[in-house]
Design a protein around this ligand. Structure first.
Ligand SMILES: C[S@@+](CC[C@H](N)C(=O)[O-])C[C@H]1O[C@@H](n2cnc3c(N)ncnc32)[C@H](O)[C@@H]1O
Length: 357
């Protein structure tokens, strides 16, 4: 072991005892308790403290980092959106000093070097009395310049993650695939387009990316609860024929598009032919029980092998039980769940990706 590596090992061992690991874990606002519950189901006892109210936790596990990451990534959590390991931790209030110490730790790790692609991801809690995250990131880049690494936003070999609070800094270095998301804190950002019909469009864009789908490979979609038309517009842009169903008004800009059929009705009142569609999407924002009834009544119109993307509104205080119930009902109706995920753009809901068999 080189002197640098020995020094790094000492620091890592200060934070992570033998056979232990420490992570900053992030969920959507108000859902950290469910992310914590997912960790508890995986690891039994989980020691955690809150870094930012209801969304960011510092979690200590009695498992090595490698094993913890393997188990978390394999379990495909619904609510746990992002993890970043903690290899370096310093208490203090002076952001500048803390960042300089973290930078020397990162330089000492020996991971950064000429030609190595590195993404710097800096976040802070509301109580951190310091410059903005983007200013801190610029500063960190300056401090790490001597490494000759190439600083990138995407496609990194390593991610250097920093989380700053009012009283401490937590830093870690990890492979992008080990963080659950390669976006800082799992916050997937899309640029808002001019004339974009709804924020809801981001949910379907994120689902496409998160679930590794390519909507342009589909032929014909039905969008249940389509108004004002964000999801419909995305599917039309991808070149699909789209049947949009909603008693509410679709945005007038869509109505003239040749690949759109608009049925201005309650989805419970309509009839489709068997196997008419190879994609069914539904973002009804409705009672999950009624949504399941309505969607299963229309499933004959989805061809075998077809895909369904559906948001489930989390109505009451027991989302885990609700999700289990909804998944069981869909599985009884020949929909096989591929993924269930609270996307960054989901609010009080999660998104299901299913395939009909
Ligand atoms: C959250 S909005 C959908 C937003 C849409 N995904 C977008 O990107 O613009 C929910 C829509 O579901 C519609 N909806 C609710 N119940 C419905 C039903 N039974 N049949 C059809 N549409 C319904 C509502 O009228 C509302 O327009």
């Amino acid at each position: 072991m080189s002197e640098h590596e020995e020094e790094k090992q000492v620091i890592v061992n200060e934070v992570q005892g033998q056979g232990e690991s420490v992570f900053v874990c992030t969920a959507n606002r108000d859902f950290a308790a469910y992310a914590q519950e997912e960790l508890r189901r995986l690891f039994g006892s989980v020691k955690s403290s809150v870094l930012s109210d209801r969304e960011v936790l510092l979690v200590k596990l009695n498992t090595t980092e490698e094993e913890a990451v393997r188990q978390i990534v394999d379990s495909r959590p619904i609510f746990l959106r992002h993890i970043q390991p903690v290899h370096f931790e310093r208490e203090g209030e002076n952001a500048g000093e803390l960042l300089a110490e973290a930078a020397s730790f990162v330089l000492g790790s020996g991971k950064l070097g000429a030609g190595v692609k590195v993404a710097l991801q800096v976040r802070k809690s509301a109580d951190a009395d310091s410059d903005s995250s983007s200013q801190l990131k610029e500063w960190l880049e300056e401090l790490l310049r001597s490494s000759e690494a190439e600083f990138v936003a995407a496609g990194a070999d390593w991610i250097v993650s920093i989380y700053l609070t009012g009283s401490a800094l937590y830093a870690g270095i990890s492979r992008p695939e080990n963080n659950l998301s390669d976006w800082s804190g799992g916050a997937v950002r899309f640029r808002r387009e001019e004339g974009q019909l709804s924020r809801a469009k981001f949910k379907l864009l994120e689902a496409e990316r998160e679930f590794g789908l390519d909507f342009s490979a589909y032929r014909s979609a039905v969008d249940i609860g389509a108004a004002p038309g964000g999801w419909t517009s995305l599917l039309l842009e991808r070149g699909l024929r789209v049947t949009a169903v909603d008693p509410a008004k679709l945005h007038p800009s869509l109505l003239k598009l040749p690949n759109l059929t608009y049925i201005r009705k309650n989805a419970g009142e309509i009839k489709f032919r068997d196997n008419e569609f190879d994609l069914l999407v539904c973002d009804m924002s409705w009672s999950p029980k009624l949504m399941v009834q309505l969607v299963t009544g229309l499933l004959h119109a989805l061809s075998p092998g077809g895909t369904a993307i559906i948001t489930i509104k989390l109505m009451h205080k027991k989302p885990m039980a609700l999700i289990k119930e909804v998944i069981a009902s869909f599985e009884d109706s020949r929909l096989q769940v591929q993924r269930a995920k609270q996307l960054f753009h989901n609010r009080e809901e999660i998104t299901l990706y299913m395939i009909k068999y």
